[in-house]
Ligand binder design. Structure first.
Ligand code: SAM
Length: 310
């Protein structure tokens, strides 16, 4: 329990190579762990735009930023519409964009949000509490096929089908209303050996449902097409992921933008080659140091990839 410790902080700030008078975008403000470092480096002409789906992140992150400088704007929206939100504020080009994906520690720790399998609460999991669709609707409304697919795709859960069946069986008796009801339905689908394994048996199920509720993967895919187009020359797009699904999508999108057409498929004529407009800041993803891993368990699976506009 406790405050959110920013992950890969110095590496991501360094990779953004912040210009004093630049325009920067933090797509995932949270508790302003990264944003406050960006804002501190900006001069009078610089500006930071900070997105979050979660109003409490905007309230608390915004208060932290206010103590540093007034040169920022909060945006209560998904980063899936970052181009429209920025355009509405007269911004069509930026010097750097950062996304630190996933859930923040306060979201997990506030029991009533329903993100944690360790705290009993109504099934909610909405990052944006004004959204009409919650974990309750996924768990009690989806059919067997849909539910299995969500658990398999977003949770990489190998018992996806058995868990979905167990959920449907439970629903025949009564709706699954709480996080602990869902944990019970998951446990019923797991073998005794599986239940003895390290790690919580419902971890992947909760992850999958959270991603579905918040359209997290769709938002990432959309952002990956929009964000590179907003970069100015030498602009940077830095993305911190925590799951292989997100990392793969980021890696593939960056590869497509930095690969000369044809160079992976044999010989091409020089006249056919269109030079890419971007390059990778580092070939391999940047990962936490052993010190960070030891001090912040949340950093365990983190990877930072950075795209640079030429
Ligand atoms: C890992 S936290 C960011 C933490 C932040 N970098 C810090 O150090 O304090 C991720 C944040 O992104 C927000 N978020 C997730 N998906 C989003 C989306 N599609 N659009 C806007 N915000 C999103 C969550 O509500 C959460 O506050």
């Amino acid at each position: 329990m406790g405050a959110h410790v920013p992950v890969l902080l110095s590496q991501s700030i360094e990779a953004l190579a912040i210009k004093k008078d630049g325009i920067y975008v933090d797509l995932t403000l949270g508790r302003a762990g990264h944003s406050s470092h960006i804002l501190r480096q900006l001069g009078e002409k610089g500006h930071l735009y900070a997105f979050d789906l979660d109003q409490s992140a905007l309230d608390e992150g915004g208060a932290i930023l206010s103590a540093i400088s007034p040169s920022f704007t909060l945006i209560h929206s998904s980063f899936a519409s970052l181009d429209a939100e920025l355009a509405a504020r007269g911004v069509n080009e930026v010097d750097g964009i950062l996304a630190d994906l996933g859930v923040s520690s306060p979201q997990f720790d506030e029991g009533e949000r329903g993100f944690s399998y360790r705290l009993d609460a109504p099934l909610d999991m909405r990052m944006d509490r004004s959204a009409p669709f919650s974990a309750y609707d996924v768990v009690n409304g989806y059919g067997l096929r849909e539910l299995t697919e969500v658990l398999r795709r977003y949770g990489e859960e190998k018992d996806a089908y058995a868990i979905a069946k167990s959920i449907l069986r439970q629903r025949e008796i009564s709706p699954i209303r709480t996080t602990f009801d869902l944990v019970e339905a998951v446990k019923r689908a797991k073998s005794p050996q599986e239940l003895r394994k390290k790690g919580h048996p419902a971890k992947q199920t909760f992850q999958a449902i959270r991603i579905e509720v918040n359209h997290e993967f769709d938002a990432l895919e959309r952002m990956l097409t929009l964000a590179p187009r907003l970069l100015r020359k030498d602009g940077r797009l830095a993305i911190i992921t925590f799951m292989s699904l997100d990392d793969r999508a980021t890696k593939d999108a960056f590869r497509a933008l930095t690969t000369v057409e044809g160079d992976r498929h044999g010989i091409v004529l020089p006249s056919d080659i269109t030079k890419p407009e971007y390059h990778l800041y580092s070939k391999k993803p940047i990962v936490p140091t052993p010190e960070e891993l030891a001090s912040n368990p949340r950093s365990a699976s983190a990877k930072l990839r950075v795209l640079v506009k030429d």
